[in-house]
Design a protein around this ligand. Structure first.
Ligand code: F6P
Length: 546
């Protein structure tokens, strides 16, 4: 196990001896070239990791850790289609989805790249028809609104990308998202829509997910009540790796966009699950998204680990999570378009690495997956940054920002950038009591008052952050960014020895919900529950009136 290896033990010793007391301010003072040495460019992203509590020795030992867990071989195994999702005995090939058409990848004796590009072509054709107004509904009217019904990985990726790339949408189609089983979601979404001009996309890898199927059925009833049963086929398309189930739901074969079992839900936005994104931004922009992700894939596969962005992101995370015991990791995007990015990363990271057993079924011997959270700067500065600056928790942060705005209000963007850079600087540099005291005296405060207040104004500093910059938020740079995080999650999973591609922890709740469901209305059922759950069921039963 990884924690018993000499690489891990050496890191632990180094952490105790020096690592935990490293002061990044001192590291900058000692090395005028630190920014250059601890930053890199990859796939049009610039990654500054110089503000972290690592010196050359810590960095070297972290890289050794990556070697010790045979990371190169594991990367090769993933890209070449080995069944690295061991608990489900499946390959993990979301990277194949962004492979250019001239590549080949044999899985079980068959090149899978042509099939991937066939579906992309099917998506392109459909999206061009729809965007041009040539695809009409049952009454002959062009589609104006598209409702994507899905949940989890089939929802968070498309919705995040749709929001993030809105500037690339020409708004020929209005896009909507329904995911929650809560009726409010579908009712409020459908309320302003016209069935004649509405198309539903049902996105579900398994096509068995209860939330998606119930929402899909409600959408079907809504549509058929207005236009008749015969209208259904023109207004519904499906995205699934279970096309038989989609067909059984009644969706015409020509309107089913397939993908494959080797695409994990939270890694699926590159597949037909991304259809609504293509509808919004057009197929050419979607191709750029894939190209950006492919460029990051190439960087990840081909670059030495000491210059490899996803590997370094992962190793820094390990350093803080496993050695400094930092339990959370914040992602703060100084870009309003990226407002859903932290939420997307929550699923990507926490569903992938929130595990307590290793691939071999034995317990992990270290803490795994950090809690991912975040929001958009500058709003976050006015809510939780207080804790980041002066709280008792160590929270490593990723700041994400683009040098240029997509809007011509330069003053806004300059302020946005200045704020982003100031936050990471304040976290790094902090302010000591003497500085705080002298500022207060200079502002005219009495010595006694200044002494009392200065203590409150101390900022410890030495708080770590990465800054990921891009020239501009584009489909290409966003594709690269997402792929970087996917690979970071993968590398951490390799180090912890876990299967990052299953999600067994979500199953029990689904089964229990099925047990509870009939009891909410039926007083005669006898299934036993713990006293709390039974009490809550009783409460619902006695008050439920619909
Ligand atoms: O709840 C977990 C999960 O299996 C996710 O991993 C997945 O993305 C989501 O449910 C939706 O699954 P499906 O695409 O099969 O409807």
């Amino acid at each position: 196990m990884m924690t018993q290896t000499s690489a891990w033990q050496t890191l632990a010793q180094y952490y105790q001896q020096s690592g935990k007391s490293l002061d990044t301010r001192q590291l900058f003072a000692d090395d005028l070239d630190r920014f250059n040495r601890f930053s890199l460019s990859a796939a049009d992203l610039f990654f500054d990791f110089s503000k972290h509590r690592i010196d050359d020795q810590a960095f070297k030992l972290l890289l050794q850790l990556a070697e010790t867990c045979h990371l190169s071989e594991k990367i090769d195994a993933m890209f070449s289609g080995a069944a690295i999702n061991v608990s489900e005995n499946r390959p993990v090939l979301h990277t194949a989805l962004r492979c250019p058409a001239d590549k080949t990848l044999d899985i079980d004796g068959e090149d899978i790249i042509p099939a991937i590009h066939k579906v992309l072509a099917q998506m392109r054709h459909f999206s061009e028809q729809l965007r041009a107004g040539h695809y009409v509904g049952a009454t002959g009217k062009a589609i104006t609104d598209v409702v994507n019904i899905s949940i989890g990985g089939s929802h968070l990726g498309p919705q995040m990308l749709y929001e993030s790339l809105k500037a690339y949408s020409d708004n020929t189609l209005r896009c909507h998202f329904v995911s929650n089983i809560d009726a409010t979601d579908i009712v409020t979404t459908l309320a302003p829509l016209n069935p004649e001009t509405t198309l539903f996309i049902i996105g579900s890898k398994s096509f068995t997910t209860i939330e998606t199927l119930v929402n899909a059925n409600s959408a079907k009833q809504w549509l058929c009540a207005a236009l008749g049963d015969q209208a259904f086929s023109k207004h519904f398309v499906a995205l699934s790796s279970n096309p038989q189930a989609a067909a059984a739901f009644g969706i015409a074969e020509t309107r089913i966009f397939p993908f494959w079992s080797w695409v994990g839900g939270r890694y699926s936005v590159w597949s037909s699950i991304g259809l609504i994104v293509m509808l919004a931004i057009g197929a050419d922009h979607f191709d750029q998204l894939l190209a950006g992700a492919f460029a990051m894939d190439q960087h990840f596969r081909q670059t030495d680990f000491d210059k490899n962005m996803p590997v370094i992101m992962a190793l820094l995370g390990i350093w803080y999570h496993n050695f400094f015991a930092a339990e959370t990791h914040a992602v703060v995007c100084y870009d309003q378009y990226l407002q859903l990015f932290p939420r997307y990363l929550q699923q990507l990271d926490m569903e992938s690495n929130g595990k307590s057993v290793r691939e071999n079924g034995q317990s992990v011997t270290s803490s795994t997956g950090p809690i991912i959270w975040g929001d958009c700067g500058t709003n976050s500065q006015h809510s939780f940054h207080q804790l980041l600056h002066q709280g008792t928790h160590l929270v490593p942060i990723d700041f994400i920002l683009a040098a240029n705005s997509l809007h011509p209000l330069g003053q806004h963007h300059q302020l946005l950038l200045a704020n982003a850079l100031a936050q990471s600087q304040a976290l790094l540099m902090g302010k000591n009591e003497t500085q705080a005291y002298e500022e207060l005296i200079a502002a005219g405060m009495s010595a006694t008052q200044a002494k009392t207040l200065a203590a409150h104004k101390v900022m410890p500093g030495n708080r770590p952050s990465s800054t990921i910059m891009m020239e501009k938020l584009t489909p290409y740079t966003l594709g690269a960014l997402i792929a970087a995080y996917e690979h970071k999650v993968f590398v951490q999973g390799v180090i912890w020895g876990i299967d990052s591609f299953d999600q067994w922890g979500v199953e029990l709740g689904k089964v229990l919900a099925k047990n509870i469901l009939p009891q909410l209305t039926d007083h005669n059922t006898t299934a036993k529950h713990d006293a709390s759950t039974q009490g809550l069921i009783n409460y619902c039963r006695s008050r439920y009136s619909q």
